[in-house]
Design a protein around this ligand. Structure first.
Ligand SMILES: Cc1cc2nc3c(=O)[nH]c(=O)nc-3n(C[C@H](O)[C@H](O)[C@H](O)COP(=O)(O)OP(=O)(O)OC[C@H]3O[C@@H](n4cnc5c(N)ncnc54)[C@H](O)[C@@H]3O)c2cc1C
Ligand code: FES
Ligand code: FES
Length: 479
């Protein structure tokens, strides 16, 4: 058990002991930490809520003996202990020791990718993560890598050009040359539970689920945290002092995806980026949904368990998981239980999980051949936006093109993610054609009483919900 955290910065192991160093607490964000250092002020603060990307840094993580994996994250949403055992790379680290610009920086110069420069460090760090990935990025990959970075003045065309130029010039940069040294440093940092204490705050990073239950027992009011993309806002926006925190992110038994014969099991602490990569060829609707969920920086930290636990009525994962007929597995000290996502979400930000339970995993049955599963998101922007209305749909047709079974799950239409059960009942057995879908729309309209808010009026939401159903019909009649 360690009482301090250690990570690699500037090719050195840096340790922070919160009980001695009063400048920082375990919920100091990495952004605030960097800005307190003399030589790392290039990382900028824009929104402090994950929306602008000005604070983007890259984390290097030893994923195997051979490989360091580089991922872009928003440092404004990252608590200091989340750096433990990782390499922290900032904009200041990109230029080589001889003063040569990194290929990504040079490409930004060559393509005139910067004007006022406020967003530029964040953009360069996102492009650096893309440069270090295994991808030979196409236009879509570049768009995905930049979706979490807001530039108000240059315009994206030169920045996209810079990304293309840099990735065409993929060479062994000084990070590749120096990797053996960094690997050696990372291996020196012991993998052990962290019990961090500061004035008025305790932050625990256990290594096992058993340890979590022991800590939960001792500190029943402790906040559980996984990727922190939700919880961090309590600190950065609400300025709350979280007294006790149990961080699950070091628990390897809460991570991973198993592809089984008839289903896929995803552990609750798996990041959305890992799930997106897995889903690409296997679960296309899940891949599509994750492609427009937040940004790379958010998906690199956010977990599937964290998203479901928030039970947000506009969360994007629940409607699709209901359409897939997925089950959630909850674990407590003495037992496990399994239920549908529909039963798990009981009300506005309420779930069926007891205080002494954790989400262990999600089981997604593989859709039968010929079954249509689709996800739709109606929002003001395509990328990095919250849903106004979202929908996860599943349809099985008979040989005569009649509806054998249908599931219609909506987000943004009620206090919780909700199935349109009356509409489903109406459609079952009907011909899958324009007429029955138009008629179903009338039932759908009566089934929900959505609210009006800044995103849309109640009427707008009802129209959107009907139109998404119509789009589903239009998309599936072609399939
Ligand atoms: C900029 C931005 C964009 C976003 N875009 C989207 C979007 O497009 N669509 C969308 O749906 N959401 C979006 N979100 C919301 C957010 O990313 C998700 O809710 C995220 O998946 C939460 O996961 P996490 O691991 O970060 O959770 P955390 O913040 O770590 O935790 C969230 C909650 O889950 C609980 N929890 C975590 N793991 C477990 C577990 N194993 N068992 C029990 N409880 C657990 C925690 O106690 C906490 O209450 C966005 C957020 C930001 C900041
Ligand atoms: S400061 Fe805007 S994403 Fe972090
Ligand atoms: S260069 Fe000014 S915001 Fe991007």
């Amino acid at each position: 058990m360690s009482k301090n955290i250690s990570f690699v910065l500037d090719n050195k192991i840096v340790s922070v002991d919160f009980s001695r160093n009063k400048r920082y607490t375990p919920t100091t964000t990495v952004l605030n930490y960097l800005r307190s250092l003399p030589h790392h002020k290039g990382t900028k603060e824009g929104c402090a809520e994950g929306d602008c990307g000005a604070c983007t840094i890259v984390l290097g993580e030893l994923v195997s003996e051979k490989k360091i994996h580089y991922k872009a994250v928003d440092s404004c949403l990252l608590f200091l202990p989340m750096l433990h055992g990782k390499q922290l790379i900032t904009i200041e680290n990109l230029t080589s020791s001889k003063g040569e610009l990194h290929p990504v920086q040079q490409a930004m110069v060559d393509a005139h990718g910067s004007q006022c420069g406020f967003c530029t460090p964040g953009i360069v760090m996102s492009l650096f993560a893309l440069f270090k990935s295994d991808l030979k990025p196409d236009r879509e990959d570049i768009g995905q890598a930049l979706a979490g970075n807001l530039c108000r003045c240059t315009g994206y065309v030169p920045i996209i050009d810079a990304a293309k130029i840099a990735c065409q010039r993929k060479i062994n940069d000084h990070f590749s040359t120096n990797e053996p040294v960094v690997k050696n440093l990372l291996k020196q940092i012991k993998r052990e539970s962290l019990y961090l204490s500061a004035d008025h705050q305790k932050y625990f990073c256990p290594l096992s689920i058993k340890e979590v239950f022991r800590l939960k027992n001792k500190y029943p009011a402790a906040f559980i945290l996984s990727g922190a993309t939700d919880i961090a806002l309590r600190v950065t926006k609400n300025h709350e002092n979280l007294k006790w925190i149990i961080d699950l992110s070091l628990i390897s038994s809460l991570k991973g995806i198993s592809h089984k014969k008839n289903c896929t099991e995803i552990k609750a602490g798996t990041t959305l980026s890992d799930i997106k990569q897995y889903a690409h060829d296997r679960l296309p609707a899940l891949y599509k949904m994750l492609s427009i969920f937040g940004s790379d920086q958010i998906r690199n930290m956010a977990t599937i368990g964290g998203n479901l636990a928030t039970a947000s009525p506009i969360g994007d994962i629940a409607p699709l998981l209901i359409a897939y007929d997925a089950k959630i597995v909850l674990v407590s000290k003495s037992k496990k239980r399994k239920m549908t996502i529909d039963d798990f979400i009981t009300g506005y930000r309420k779930t069926a999980a007891h205080k002494k339970e954790l989400i262990l995993s999600i089981i997604i049955p593989h859709p039968k051949k010929g079954t249509h599963v689709k996800f739709y998101k109606f929002s003001k922007r395509k990328d990095l936006d919250i849903s106004t209305v979202s929908a996860g749909f599943c349809l099985a047709l008979t040989a005569e093109k009649k509806v054998e079974s249908v599931k219609l799950a909506y987000g943004g239409m009620a206090k919780k993610t909700k199935r349109a059960r009356k509409t489903e009942k109406y459609l079952t057995g009907k011909e899958w054609n324009n007429n029955s879908v138009e008629e179903a729309g009338k039932i759908l309209e009566k089934e929900f009483s959505p609210i009006s808010d800044a995103r849309a009026s109640a009427e707008g939401r009802s129209v959107a919900a009907k139109n998404l159903l119509l789009k589903f019909w239009s998309d599936t009649k072609k399939d």
